[in-house]
Design a binder for this molecule. Structure first.
Ligand code: NAP
Ligand code: HSE
Length: 434
C-alpha cells in the first residue's frame, strides 16, 4: 500500500476579505481539494495585525505569527499566501523572505507585482520557486490561467477589459439612476466598495496594475505599469453618459493593451464602447476581460472581479495547482526572457467623441470645424444641442470624428482655445472598437 501523500502547507498572511475567504474554502472543501490535488491542502499558520479581531472563522488550529516575515520563513510552510496588500512594507518584505526561504508564493496583490513583478519573478526563478497571482487580476475570472496555459499557442494581439468593479458600479449607477459622479461615489463609499485610498479605484490605478500584468504575459514583456496611460473616471459626467447612450454607446473605464509595429500601447481610460457589445452591456461590479489571439480569435471572460468568495476561489486555484505539482514561470515564460517593451510614440487612431460649449454666435461652429480640419481630422457627425436657453447665449456642440491620431485630437483641442468661442474645457473621449 502506498503511503498517503504529504499535505501542502499554507502560511496565510492577511485575514481580511480575501484571507478569510481562503480559510473558509480550505475548511469547507478539504476532501474535494485533497481529491483534486492528490494530497491534502492545509493551513498551518496565519498572520494579521490584530489577533483579537473577530474574523467570522475558526482559526484555533493555526499557529499565529504577528510578523508576516516570520510566517514566510516557518519550516511548516510550503506555500506563502500573501493577501495583505500594499506594494511596499510587509507584503514586499514577506514575499521576498518567502522566496529566499524556498517557499512558493500565491498572491492577490496586483500593486506589488505591478511595481516589483520582474524582480520578484527573477528572484523566484533563481531560487527554483513559483509565484502565482490569479486573484490579482479580475478576481474570480481565471484569466491568468487562460493566457498562460489555454492560449499559450497563440500570438496574443490585443487584451482589453473592464477590470475595476468599483468604477463600473459607479458608471452604470450614474447611467441607470441619473445620479451625479459625486452622489454615486459617496454611495460606493458607504457600501464599502472603495479601496482605503479611493484614487486607486477611481483614478484607474488599480485597473492599470491589472492591465500591465496581463500585458506582460500576453506579449512576453517585463511588467511596464509606468507605461500605462492612465485616466480615471472623476471627470465623466452624467451628460456625457446620456449623450453617448443616445448614440448607442456606453462609457466604460476600459483597459486596452496591444503590441504592434508602433510599440506597446497600454491605456486605462474612460472610453465609449458599443452599448450592445459584451463590454458595453456590463453592469455593476462585474468584470469582463477580452483576449484576442491569432489562432483562437476573440475570447470573452466575464465574472465577479472582487469579493471574498471569487477572490479566494482564484487564490485556491493557484494553491491547488502547486499541490498538483504544476510549476510555471510567473509571467508564462522565464523572467530573463521577457523583453523590455518600447512604448508606442502614438496610439492607434480611433474615432473620438468631442463635446464642448461654445458662444452661440455666427461663425463659432465654423471656427471649431476649421481647427478640426486643419488638424487633419475628418468629422463624421456634428450636432448642436439646445440645452441652454436663448438668453444664455451658449450652445453645446457634439462632434464625432472619423478615426484620428490622438496627437491630432490633442492639437485640435489646443487650437479650440485660440478661437475665442470656447466656453470651459472640451471633453474628448476615445470610441474604442471592440
Ligand atoms: P483587507 O480586507 O484590508 O485585509 C488585509 C489583511 O491584511 C488584514 O487581515 C490585515 O490585518 C492584514 N495586514 C495588513 N497589514 C499587515 C501587517 N503589517 N502584518 C500582518 N497583517 C497585515 O484586504 P483584502 O480586501 O482582503 O485584500 C487583500 C489583497 O487582495 C490586496 O492586495 C488586494 O488588492 C487584493 N485583492 C482584493 C480583492 C477584494 O475583493 N477584496 C480582490 C482582488 C484582489 P488586520 O485584519 O489585523 O487589520
Ligand atoms: N477595488 C477593486 C475593484 C477590487 O473595485 O475591482 C478588486 O481588485
Amino acid at each position: 500500500m502506498s503511503s498517503p501523500a504529504s499535505p501542502l502547507r499554507i502560511g496565510l498572511a492577511g485575514l481580511g476579505t480575501v484571507g478569510i475567504g481562503v480559510v473558509k474554502i480550505v475548511q469547507r472543501h478539504a476532501d474535494l481539494i485533497a481529491a483534486r490535488a492528490g494530497r491534502p491542502v492545509v493551513i498551518t499558520a496565519v498572520s494579521a495585525r490584530d489577533r483579537t479581531k473577530n474574523r467570522d472563522a475558526d482559526l484555533s488550529a493555526y499557529a499565529w505569527e504577528t510578523d508576516p516575515v516570520a510566517l514566510a520563513r516557518r519550516d511548516d510552510v510550503d506555500v506563502f499566501v500573501e493577501v495583505m496588500g500594499g506594494h511596499e512594507g510587509p507584503a514586499r518584505a514577506a514575499t521576498e523572505a518567502a522566496i529566499a526561504a524556498g517557499k512558493d508564493v500565491v498572491t492577490a496583490n496586483k500593486a506589488l507585482l505591478a511595481h516589483h513583478g520582474q524582480a520578484l519573478a527573477e528572484a523566484a526563478e533563481a531560487a527554483g520557486r513559483v509565484i502565482r497571482f490569479e486573484a490579482a487580476v479580475a478576481g474570480g475570472i481565471p484569466v491568468i490561467k487562460a493566457l498562460t496555459e489555454g492560449l499559450a499557442g497563440n500570438r496574443i494581439t490585443r487584451v482589453m477589459g473592464v477590470m475595476n468593479g468599483t468604477c463600473n458600479y459607479i458608471l452604470t449607477r450614474m447611467q441607470n439612476a441619473g445620479l451625479s459622479y459625486d452622489q454615486v461615489f459617496e454611495e460606493a463609499r458607504q457600501l464599502g466598495y472603495l479601496e482605503a485610498d479611493p484614487n486607486l479605484d477611481v483614478g484607474g490605478i488599480d485597473a492599470g496594475h491589472k492591465l500591465a500584468l496581463l500585458a506582460a504575459i500576453a506579449f512576453g514583456i517585463r511588467v511596464a505599469f509606468d507605461k500605462v496611460e492612465l485616466e480615471g473616471i472623476g471627470n465623466v459626467s452624467t451628460e456625457d453618459i446620456n449623450l453617448a447612450d443616445e448614440m448607442g454607446y456606453h462609457i466604460k473605464l476600459l483597459g486596452v493593451a496591444q503590441l504592434s509595429g508602433r510599440g506597446l500601447e497600454q491605456r486605462m481610460t474612460p472610453c465609449l464602447v458599443p452599448a450592445e457589445s459584451p463590454l458595453g452591456q456590463l453592469q455593476g461590479g462585474t468584470n469582463v476581460v477580452v483576449l484576442e489571439g491569432d489562432s483562437v480569435g476573440q475570447i470573452v471572460m466575464r465574472g465577479p472581479g472582487a469579493g471574498e468568495g471569487p477572490t479566494a476561489s482564484a487564490v485556491m486555484g493557484d494553491v491547488i495547482d502547486l499541490a498538483r505539482g504544476l510549476r510555471l514561470s510567473t509571467f508564462g515564460q522565464p523572467a530573463a526572457t521577457l523583453q523590455q517593451a518600447v512604448a508606442a510614440k502614438s496610439a492607434t487612431p480611433a474615432a473620438y467623441y468631442l463635446r464642448m460649449t461654445l458662444l452661440d454666435k455666427p461663425g463659432a461652429l465654423a471656427k471649431i470645424a476649421t481647427c478640426i480640419g486643419e488638424a487633419g481630422i475628418s468629422i463624421d457627425q456634428m450636432r448642436q444641442l439646445n440645452q441652454h436657453g436663448e438668453a444664455d447665449e451658449k450652445a453645446t456642440v457634439l462632434i464625432v470624428t472619423h478615426k484620428a491620431a490622438p496627437a491630432d485630437i490633442a492639437h485640435a483641442l489646443g487650437q479650440f482655445g485660440q478661437t475665442g468661442v470656447l466656453v470651459g474645457e472640451p471633453v474628448a473621449l476615445r470610441i474604442e472598437e471592440v
